[in-house]
Ligand binder design. Structure first.
Ligand SMILES: [Zn+2]
Length: 205
């Protein structure tokens, strides 16, 4: 499994391009269209099967429509409880963040425990509400893509539409801190971490 992170210049959000070493790939989050990410896909002949949105906030979805146009056969995936936010620009803050009102309709709606195949990889969906109502994390082998649920040394904000601090703390404790300590954490903003390190050092717990 190869994991590449593309930090958004305008959105400030991380996108991840992940492939199985045999040309099947998926993307986690799309704060903005990244030309280097698209070039890597093209140059290496990767088949991007899924564009998975950890949640619907404007700084994670700005590049989604263009990726879906460019990557033939790629399906948009999001948590089933995130539909209204993705559809409604007043809930996803896209106008304020990107200058465009973005409304997205995922082709695949997932819930806790669902699995998606990406070539040799099996992706497991973990429902982690709190930062947003239908936020999800994605587990692939020993890598957790945590969106804005868990950051290195912090957690996501809960003051936006549908946010809940109580839900967020409970999501992290029940779904993420129960993963093996060696699980690598790839968040939606800033650098990566490990579950064991966060369990011991994250000041919110
Ligand atoms: Zn967010």
């Amino acid at each position: 499994m190869n994991i590449r992170m593309f930090a958004g210049i305008f959105s400030g959000a991380n996108s991840y391009l992940v492939d199985d070493g045999a040309k099947s790939a998926f993307i986690v989050d799309a704060g903005e269209y990244s030309a280097p990410l698209a070039l890597a896909v093209k140059n290496e002949g990767l088949r991007v099967l899924w564009l998975i949105l950890t949640h619907g906030h404007g700084d994670h979805i700005g590049g989604a429509e263009r990726y879906l146009r460019e990557f033939e056969g790629c399906k948009l995936v999001a948590g089933e409880d995130e539909q209204s936010m993705l559809a409604d620009p007043s809930k996803n803050y896209s106008s304020a963040i990107t200058g465009r009102a973005i409304s997205l309709a995922p082709q695949v709606l997932v819930k806790d425990g669902d699995e998606l195949a990406a070539g040799k990889l099996t992706l497991k969906i973990l429902a982690t509400p709190g930062h947003s109502p239908g936020g999800i994390c994605v587990l692939a082998e020993d890598a957790l893509f945590s969106g804005d649920t868990l950051f290195a040394g912090s957690i996501g904000r809960t003051d936006l539409f549908g946010g809940s601090m109580e839900s967020l703390l409970s999501s992290v404790e029940s779904k993420l801190f129960t993963l093996p300590d060696e699980t690598r954490v790839y968040p939606g903003h800033m650098g990566d971490s490990m579950i064991g390190f966060e369990k011991r050092n994250n000041p919110f717990f």
